[in-house]
Every structure is written in structure tokens, then in C-alpha cells.
Design a protein around this ligand. Sequence first.
Ligand code: HEC
Ligand code: HEC
Length: 120
Amino acid sequence: MKRSFTAMRWQKWVLTTASALFMVTSGFAKAPDPAVVKAQDQRTQATVEQIKAALPKTTASKTTPADVATCYACHKDIKEFHAASKHASVNCAQCHTGADDHVAKDGKAPIGTRTDHAAC
Ligand code: HEC
Ligand code: HEC
């Protein structure tokens, strides 16, 4: 009686150890630690705030939407390209800076293209 009890415990130990090993090696045990996730989220947020603060004012979210029809009057090729693109619903001014001046001077004033991630 006592012997089989010990045997059962031994068997249980082997099974537990084996499944624990399986879990560790198969990645089951790698469920993210909430404390680590939280710390990472905070770091990410801090980085985002830092980037936001470092952005020039002109690239902040307040852009005056450009009158697309005006742009298309001179940029017919862009109409074809833009209207069929995934950015069709994104206003030109979201990516191009100084649009007002560009239009006011009949396209002679330079216009910028934003390449920072915030534009995306
Ligand atoms: C009166 C005509 C006219 C209008 C209106 C106009 N553009 Fe232009 N645009 C031009 C000309 C001319 C150029 C310079 C030659 C070229 O690259 O085609 C130009 C160039 C550009 C460029 C390229 C700049 C570069 O450095 O390569 C962009 C981007 C642009 N326009 C965006 C716009 C947007 C956005 C609008 C609407 C808000 C607009 N344009 C309205 C005439 C116009
Ligand atoms: C999602 C961002 C985005 C939007 C929205 C966008 N553009 Fe552009 N545009 C770009 C990028 C990026 C380039 C390439 C700039 C470069 O090569 O320096 C470009 C280039 C151009 C050029 C120059 C093309 C050439 O042949 O050199 C024109 C003109 C232009 N855009 C007009 C427009 C007009 C008009 C609109 C609105 C209808 C518009 N864009 C909307 C990102 C955008």
C-alpha cells in the first residue's frame, strides 16, 4: 500500500515536470508578465509624447484641408493617381505643407512633402 502510494507520487512528479518542461520549451510559459507589459506601455507612451513634442508646429494635427479640386486643376495626373489610391480619402494638406501659398502663387511657391510618421 505504502509502496504504490510512493510510486504514484513519483509518477505524478515525473508527469508534472515533463509537462512543465514542455510548456517552457513550447512557449506556453511565455505568457507576458503584466508588470513588464505595463512598463513597456509606459515607455512607448513616453516615446510617443517625446516625438510629439519634438515635431515642428506645422506638422501638428491641425492642418487646413486643401481644396482638392484646385489642386487637380493643375495636377490632372495626380487626380488619377490619388483618387484610385489607398490615400484617396486623405487630404493633400495632410502630406503636403504650404499648400495655401503654393496655390496662391499659381504653383510657383514651393510645396513640401511630409515624411514623418505622424503624416501616416
Ligand atoms: C496653378 C497651378 C497649380 C495649382 C492650383 C497647384 N499646383 Fe502644385 N504645382 C504646380 C506647378 C507648376 C508645380 C511645379 C512643377 C511640377 O512639379 O509639376 C507644382 C508642384 C507641386 C508638387 C511637387 C513639389 C516638388 O517639390 O516636387 C506638389 C507636391 C504639389 N504641386 C502639390 C499641390 C497641391 C497639394 C495643390 C493643391 C493644394 C497644388 N499643388 C495646386 C502648379 C499648381
Ligand atoms: C499620404 C500622403 C500624401 C497625400 C495625401 C498626397 N500626397 Fe502628393 N505626394 C506624396 C509623396 C510622398 C510624394 C512624393 C514626394 C517626393 O518624391 O519627394 C508626393 C508627390 C506629389 C507630387 C509630385 C509628383 C511628381 O511627379 O513629382 C504632386 C504634384 C502631388 N504629390 C500632389 C498631390 C495632390 C494634389 C494631393 C491631393 C489630391 C496629394 N498629392 C496628396 C504624399 C501624398
